[in-house]
Design a protein around this ligand. Structure first.
Ligand code: FAD
Length: 452
C-alpha cells in the first residue's frame, strides 16, 4: 500500500525525516493541502500565499525530476487526508510536526482517523524538549539558548532520498494556478520576484553565498543599508531548508548568527506554552493599557502601514515591507516600537499587518517579537525603554536605505536625511511627523503608568 507524505511548511526533499521514512516504506504520495479551514482567521496572509505558490511549483518540479509528483488538494486537513487515504488505499501518513496551535489540533484530528507518524526536524531541537532542571519550559531566551547549546550541534542533515517509490496510480490533483494564490489586480507583488526565488534549490544557493560572508554578520547585520543578514527567513519558514543544514553549513563559530537561529527555536517553545500568544498579552497587567482607538488612531495606523509617518527610517521600512514582503530586522524593531509607543496603537494591529505582508510571516516569530517589542510578553518588560527613531537612524547609518525606499527623500544628503523636517528641507510630498518624539514619549509613559 502507498504511504501519504503530508507536507505543510517543510517543502524540501533533503533532511526531510517524514519523506525519508515514507520512501523507506514503499510508494509515496506527496500531498500539500491548502487548508484555510483549520487555521481560520490565521489562514496565510497575502505575501505568504505568493511565496507558497512558487515554492509548491518548485517542489513539484524537484519531485518530477525524481519521477514523483506533488498532489494538491484543498480543504480541512483531516477530512482531506481521510478521503485521499480511502481513494488510494493508503493507511499511514508521515509528516513533520508543527507547533502552531491549529496544526497541533489538526494532527490530533488526523491521528484519530489514520495512522499518523509525526517526525521532528524543523527546529534545532524538538520544541518542548529543552526544559529547566525541574522540567519546566523556559520563559526567557538567554537561559533557553544556553540550555539548547548543550544539545548542539544538531544531527548531521541527511541527503534527499535517491529514489522516491511511486504508486501504481496517481490520485487526481488540483491545478496550482486554480488556487488563486497570486495577486491579480492590483499586482502588489510585482517587486517580490526581484528579491526572492522561492524553493529548496535557491535556498541552498543563498545559504552557500551567505556562509562565505558569515564572518561579517556580527558587524553588518544591524545596518539596513548593507545586505548583512542571511535573508533566509522565508526559506526557513516554509521549511525549504532545515536549521540543521544551516548549522552544518556555517559551523559552530558564528555565535551571534546561530543565536538568531536559536531565537526561532525559542519562539516555538513560547507558543507551545502559550498557544494564544498572538492574541493575548503575556503579562495580564498589560490588558489595562489604554491603547488609542477611534478614527484618529485609525488614520495613524493607515499612515504607518503606508510608510507616511514623517519618520524616514520608519517609512522606509514600511515601504520595503510593502514592496518586497520583507523588512530589515533593526528596522522591524524601530517600526514596531514606533507603532506601539509613539502612536500608542495596540501591538496586535501591527502583528496582523506583518502577518499579511511578510513573506516570512511566522506565528511564533511574529508574536514573540511583537510582544518583546511591546514589553507585554513573558520575556521582557521594556515598554518604558522608548526607542528614538531619530537616534537609531544615524546610529545604524540608514541614509542609503531611506533614499532607496522613500524616493521623495532621494535627493537629501547624509545629515538631513534622518530628520528632514528638523533640518528645514522636508519636500512638500513627504508628510510632516504625525507626532513629535518628546510628546509621544510622555504620552506613552503616562499610558504605561496605568498598567501598574
Ligand atoms: P538573520 O539575521 O540572517 O537570521 C537568521 C534566521 O534566524 C532568520 O532567518 C530567522 O529564521 C531567525 N531569526 C533571526 N532573528 C530572529 C528573531 N528576532 N526572532 C526569531 N527568529 C529570528 N522573523 C520571522 O521569521 N517571521 C516573522 O514573522 C517575524 N516577525 C518579526 C516581527 C518583529 C516586530 C520583529 C522585530 C522581528 C520579527 N522577525 C520575524 C525576526 C527577524 O526580524 C527576522 O527573522 C529577520 O529579519 C529575517 O532576516 P534574515 O533571514 O536575514 O535574518
Amino acid at each position: 500500500d502507498p504511504t501519504i507524505l503530508w507536507l505543510r511548511r517543510d517543502l524540501r526533499l533533503a533532511d526531510q525525516a517524514a519523506l525519508a521514512a515514507a520512501a523507506h516504506e514503499g510508494p509515496v504520495i506527496p500531498v500539500y493541502i491548502l487548508d484555510d479551514e483549520t487555521p481560520r482567521h490565521r489562514a496565510m496572509g497575502g505575501a505568504s500565499r505568493w511565496w507558497l505558490h512558487h515554492s509548491l511549483a518548485a517542489l513539484d518540479e524537484a519531485l518530477r525530476a525524481k519521477g514523483s509528483r506533488l498532489i494538491l488538494r484543498r480543504g480541512g486537513a483531516a477530512a482531506t487526508l481521510a478521503a485521499l487515504a480511502e481513494e488510494t488505499g493508503a493507511t499511514r501518513v508521515h509528516c513533520l510536526r508543527h507547533y502552531e496551535p491549529w496544526w497541533r489540533n489538526a494532527e490530533r484530528a488526523v491521528a484519530k482517523r489514520l495512522d499518523l507518524v509525526c517526525h521532528d526536524g524543523n527546529y534545532l531541537a524538538p520544541p518542548g524538549s529543552i526544559t529547566t532542571g525541574g522540567g519546566a519550559p523556559y520563559k526567557i531566551y538567554t537561559p533557553f539558548w544556553r540550555a539548547l547549546q548543550q544539545h548542539m550541534p544538531p544531527p548531521v542533515p541527511r541527503a534527499a532520498p535517491r529514489d522516491i517509490p511511486v504508486p501504481a496510480h496517481w490520485p487526481s490533483s488540483d491545478s496550482l494556478g486554480d488556487w488563486g494564490l497570486l495577486p491579480t489586480r492590483p499586482d502588489w507583488a510585482k517587486g517580490f520576484a526581484d528579491d526572492w526565488t522561492p524553493g529548496e534549490a535557491h535556498a541552498h544557493r543563498r545559504l552557500a553565498a551567505f556562509s562565505d560572508d558569515v564572518g561579517a554578520y556580527a558587524e553588518t547585520r544591524n545596518l539596513p543599508s548593507v545586505e548583512g543578514s542571511s535573508r533566509l527567513s522565508p526559506h526557513l519558514h516554509f521549511g525549504e531548508l532545515s536549521p540543521a543544514q544551516i548549522w552544518h553549513a556555517v559551523g559552530d563559530q558564528p555565535q551571534v548568527f546561530l543565536g538568531e537561529i536559536g531565537w526561532r527555536d525559542y519562539a516555538q517553545n513560547v507558543i507551545l506554552q502559550l498557544p494564544e500568544y498572538a492574541a493575548k498579552n503575556g503579562r495580564a497587567a498589560f490588558d489595562a493599557m489604554p491603547w488609542r482607538e477611534g478614527s484618529e488612531a485609525h488614520a495613524d495606523l493607515r499612515a504607518w502601514q503606508r510608510g507616511r509617518t514623517g519618520y524616514p527610517i520608519v517609512d522606509a521600512g514600511m515601504r520595503q515591507l510593502w514592496t518586497t514582503g520583507w523588512m530589515h530586522n533593526r528596522v522591524r524593531m524601530v517600526a514596531a516600537s514606533f507603532l506601539i509607543k509613539h502612536l500608542l496603537i495596540d501591538w496586535r494591529e501591527g502583528e496582523r499587518w506583518f502577518w499579511d505582508c511578510l513573506v516570512d510571516a511566522d506565528y511564533g516569530n511574529n508574536s514573540v517579537n511583537w510582544q518583546w517589542t511591546a514589553g507585554s510578553g513573558i520575556d521582557s518588560n521594556m515598554f518604558p525603554r522608548i526607542m528614538a527613531p531619530l537616534v537609531q537612524s544615524p546610529k545604524f547609518d540608514a541614509g542609503d536605505y531611506i533614499r532607496r525606499w522613500v524616493p521623495e527623500l532621494a535627493g537629501i544628503g547624509d545629515t538631513a536625511i534622518h530628520d528632514p523636517e528638523a533640518s528645514g528641507c522636508r519636500p512638500k510630498d513627504y508628510p510632516a511627523k504625525l507626532i513629535g518624539h518628546r510628546e509621544a514619549r510622555e504620552r506613552a509613559l503616562a499610558a504605561y503608568a496605568q498598567t501598574k
